[in-house]
Design a protein around this ligand. Sequence first.
Ligand code: SAH
Length: 395
Amino acid sequence: MSSAIYLVKGREKSLLRRHPWVFSRGIQKIDGKPQLGETVDIYSNQGQWLAKAAFSPQSQIRARVWSFEKEEINTDFFIKRLTDAQSMRNAIIERGGLTGYRLIAGESDGLPGITIDRYQDFLVCQLLSAGAEAKREELIEALKVVYPTCSIYERSDVSVRKKEGLKERQGVLHGDTPPDVVVIEENGVKIQVDIKSGHKTGFYLDQRDSRQLSMKYVDGKTVLNCFSYTGGFGLYALKGNAAHVVNADVSQPALDNAKANAELNGFDVSIAEFLNADVFKLLREYRENGTKFDVVIMDPPKFAESKAQLNGACRGYKDINMLAMQILKPGGTLLTYSCSGLMEQNLFQKILADAALDAGRKMQFIERFGQAADHPVDSAYPEGFYLKGFACQVI
Ligand code: SAH
């Protein structure tokens, strides 16, 4: 008999709406002694069976739903989830000519705590929850069945694992060790990905659609690409015939890779700069010395990891966006993004409006952006929508 969790009266509502999380405060009692990551049955206060979930004793999200059906959480279960996720993405992959894409986006693909990105024939996994950790063997078996020619590598070297009572892990799970660079292609742009030591699983796949959409703003323009990482937006700016592109980041390996990426695509690197600089300081320097751009791209790292950090994050977003607007030529374009899930689109819009006021500039929103199509949002799980952006015309 598996262990069972009974919810506080009324707390079944979100599960009946197929939201996949059970919070610690929603639990009335636990039958049995479930271990870290163990699969448990979830019941309402009245004893109605609701779901099978993975137990996370150390996290506020105390259980994450694997399934709303009475089914075994075994290799076959994972094969079905992987196959569904792959078929949902096939058209997207074909349309973008993608050899790198997100295969599993956690909760939104019915696999809470699991991220899997594919780069050519390397599947890179992040197991972020106790349940994902407990089912690692079944998941790996399923991946071998669905992708028999692929190697599997783990990049669970992320601090969120601590909240789940897990240590960081990294290494080969099956097949070959990834080479230092794997070249992927998206929308006709080639990108070198460092699977072993790049950020996240190696690349920011989630900005692919926004990178593509950014191209219409850059023809003949001077572009400042803040937080450039391995080139991303800067490569699309070169492809889109920008007059000059400054890429700025604090990571020298990322900048070296950005330059190599520009060369790999045969772009004219004489019109590109790869600047090792702290964006906060750089923007102030440009403001002081009067350097101006036609287009500024602002794609910073996550500023808010928790609700407690949200206020500070708002100030951070307002500050850099105000500075960006101040160094734009009249009629220039700011392409600005926030990947903090806690920062909702409306709030981000308000912050940008405040930034425009503080910058002393009139500003109009002319386009809205979201995460790329291989990062879907399950309708029952709105939290899955984390990446948003705006094109702002700054007058
Ligand atoms: N736009 C990129 C992804 C950006 S990720 C793409 O499309 O691929 C965020 C980047 O910000 C990382 O490369 C990190 O090195 C860099 N970074 C973090 N803090 C920074 C700072 N203060 N100044 C400059 N770069 C910073």
